[in-house]
Design a protein around this ligand. Structure first.
Ligand SMILES: C[S@@+](CC[C@H](N)C(=O)[O-])C[C@H]1O[C@@H](n2cnc3c(N)ncnc32)[C@H](O)[C@@H]1O
Length: 353
């Protein structure tokens, strides 16, 4: 690539330009899979298959088997599975699938972004293997907004004690721990950031704290790329060498903080403008109603003046008055002029409608 060639666009189908797919850091993710020499990779939470397609392309070279787990796969992912015999699609939750499937060499966790769900998935891994035998774990959404705040695809799958404070249709904004008008919109999210048992990163940290010798790295890119692995794994040093320059890299963190600020701010601005437009539309509708009332009143006054001015006596008096005033406009001429102005106004109003 030319040094100054602009970066390719965001990966995956992303009309809102959120950078929502892990495919956006695919090059680094695939390098870690190479470092592990992964023969099997599973992706929990695969959505439309944006990362899955990247994994499949990589697997075509390495011969690895790919499993995608998603209780609600998008049609694009179903099509990808239909077109690629190398892809095994499990339409289950991550926790259910991990309870029975063969554990892969590398496991991507990017399903429902809340403490309970991530912890349940990790507990399944912990029940199946010791820390030393753990697959390379790759996580998404370990930074803002889900690192320390739960969001939910399916709140009904989460027990009551984990769902306190869930709100529907809320916005979140960097640096604001509550929920806000505007900001990044979520169908379901906790109404506060931080605290115990809240957020993807909190769940991972709590799990890792129970696993001797497991290291956690947090790469602050595209909502946060997390990796956890046992430091005695044969490939541990190779993964660490890839990850170390990025782990909590302050420059990358600054870029990401700036990116999410502008993303959230864009949504806030759009919400505020939509609100103002809604408000102005209401005012215009009120003014239009008032205009119709005033027009009707003016029509009836005009009608009265017209019938008065057609009376012989008034026409005669108007003629005398005009002659005596030295040719000033008569009442009838004045009425005609007002009528013409109103007709003109009405036609313009209709044109601008
Ligand atoms: C953010 S998307 C995944 C994006 C994908 N990994 C990528 O990088 O392109 C999250 C997906 O997780 C799925 N999901 C929700 N709850 C889940 C669960 N309990 N287990 C597995 N997947 C889940 C949703 O249906 C959705 O398709």
């Amino acid at each position: 690539m030319d040094r100054l060639e602009t970066a390719e666009g965001l990966k995956g189908e992303d009309p809102g330009r959120w950078g929502h797919s892990m495919a956006n850091f695919g090059e680094l993710l695939l390098s870690t899979l190479d470092a592990v020499d992964a023969k099997t990779v599973a992706e929990v939470g695969a959505y439309a298959g944006d990362l899955t397609a990247v994994l499949l392309e990589w697997a075509a070279g390495s011969g690895a088997a790919i499993t995608a787990v998603d209780p609600l796969p998008q049609p694009e992912l179903q099509q990808l599975a239909a077109d690629n015999p190398a892809l095994n699609l499990l339409e289950q939750t991550g926790a259910d699938a991990l309870a029975t499937m063969d554990l892969p060499d590398a496991l991507v966790i990017d399903g429902d972004h809340n403490y309970f769900t991530v912890m349940e998935e990790l507990k399944q891994v912990g029940l199946r293997v010791s820390a030393a035998e753990m697959p390379l774990l790759l996580f998404h959404d370990v930074c803002w907004p889900h690192g320390r705040r739960d969001s939910f695809y399916a709140p009904e799958r989460v027990p009551d004690e984990y769902s306190e404070g869930i709100e529907e249709g809320v916005g979140v904004f960097p640096g604001e721990p509550g929920v806000t008008f505007g900001g990044l919109p979520y169908k379901w999210a906790k109404n506060h950031e931080g605290g115990e048992r809240n957020g993807v990163l909190t769940a991972i940290e709590d799990f890792v704290a129970t696993q001797d010798g497991v290291r956690l790295a947090v790469l602050p890119m595209f909502f946060g790329f997390g990796l956890a692995w046992h430091e005695d794994a044969p490939w541990a040093a190779a993964v660490a060498a890839l990850v170390d320059p990025w782990d909590m890299n302050p420059i990358v963190a600054r870029l990401e903080a700036n990116r999410v600020f502008h993303l959230a701010n864009h949504h806030r601005t759009v919400s505020e403008l939509s609100h103002e437009i809604w408000d102005l539309r209401g005012k215009v509708a009120g003014l239009e109603g008032r205009n119709v009332e005033l027009e009707a009143q003016a029509d009836s006054y005009e009608e009265i003046l017209r019938s008065m001015s057609s009376a012989k006596l008034i026409r005669a008096a108007d003629g005398v008055r005009k002659a005596r005033s030295g040719g000033r406009q008569s009442w009838i001429e004045h009425i005609d002029e007002l009528s013409a102005r109103r007709a003109d106004y009405k036609s313009r109003w209709r044109l601008e409608d």
